[in-house]
Unconditional design. Structure first.
Length: 311
């Protein structure tokens, strides 16, 4: 397997050819004269020829050295341009940001925030990906994702935004007809609408707020969906009850179209998180959008709805 080019040595050689002095090159690059000398020696060993003749006062390039110096200078200039462009891309508030967001949450709470952001920063572009499944941030080249879950430890960078409470809800008409469940075991007599991306979609786990009693039930019903909003119409039509996060149904609760029941029993809370790929250095535009979304979503009205109890 061939070795990679000694790019550092070629860069030092290009600077030496420009300045014409080992001492001057070392001072220009902030390295020692010995480091410059060793770099030139490595190159001569690699190419198998002398690249320069050194006297007590000056450096003279050989014919081969003079030819290679032009290529080395082009390489150094291109590398400097590449670094300059990269710094510009990471320091300016312009460019494309790819964001992955759960579908219902994205429609209801992220998309309405974007107009103000895009108006304020005209060079910014947002590629918003709406999907309730968990996307691969690295494979999908996403700069940022919002995830509603209790996240396991990983190499991803996580910023916690707020808790997400889940409620057991149904319409007043449904409860008039079928009664209000008071204990999780009562749910066996109810039509339970299912959301397939719950942490445990086949089991609903409840804990009593006072006694600490835990009860697990297996819900059954005539409707399952991979999006929480898809259940709302059937809930409001009195076709069943469902476990829904506050951000999905808080307006229906406020309007009286839905009611929360069994409030002395809670389901495990989830957390709204901003998740980014590994690493600590991020373009300024990514940090800008992340900070904006975290700040705005922490002020969301649904997070302070009357059914939400203080943590």
């Amino acid at each position: 397997m061939s070795r990679l080019p000694d790019l550092e040595a070629w860069a030092i050689f290009a600077k030496l050819a420009e300045i014409g002095s080992f001492t001057g090159t070392a001072a220009e690059l902030g390295i020692s004269v010995a480091t410059v000398s060793k770099a030139i020696h490595r190159l001569e060993q690699r190419v198998g020829a002398t690249l320069l003749n050194r006297t007590s006062r000056r450096v003279m390039l050989t014919e081969l050295g003079n030819h290679l110096a032009r290529n080395a200078t082009d390489m150094l200039v291109n590398a400097e341009h590449m670094e300059t462009e990269a710094k510009s891309q990471t320091s300016t508030l312009a460019g494309v940001i790819r964001i992955a967001v759960p579908m219902s949450f994205g429609f209801r709470h992220v998309a309405p925030l974007l107009p103000d952001l895009l108006k304020k920063y005209e060079g910014l572009s947002i590629d918003l990906h709406l999907d309730d499944s968990i996307v691969d941030l690295i494979g999908g080249r996403f700069d940022l994702a919002l995830r509603i879950a209790n996240l396991a430890d990983s190499s991803l960078r996580v910023r916690r935004i707020c808790n997400v409470r889940r409620l057991l809800v149904g319409s007043p008409e449904y409860f008039q007809k079928h009664g209000r469940p008071e204990h999780p075991n009562d749910l066996v007599h109810h039509d339970c609408l299912g959301y397939v991306y719950l942490p445990t979609p086949g089991v609903w786990r409840f804990i009593h707020e006072q006694s600490g009693e835990t009860v697990s039930v297996v819900p059954s019903g005539r409707l399952r969906a991979n999006n929480g909003d898809a259940l709302t119409a059937s809930l409001c039509a009195g076709l069943g009850i469902a476990v829904q996060p506050e951000f999905t149904i808080w307006k229906e609760l406020e309007a009286g179209a839905l009611e929360a029941v069994m409030l002395d029993w809670s389901l495990p809370h989830l957390t709204l998180n901003a998740v980014m790929p590994p690493g600590t250095l991020r373009p300024a535009r990514v940090m800008l959008v992340t900070d904006f979304l975290v700040e705005e979503l922490r002020k969301a009205l649904w997070a302070y709805y009357k059914y939400h109890k203080d943590e």
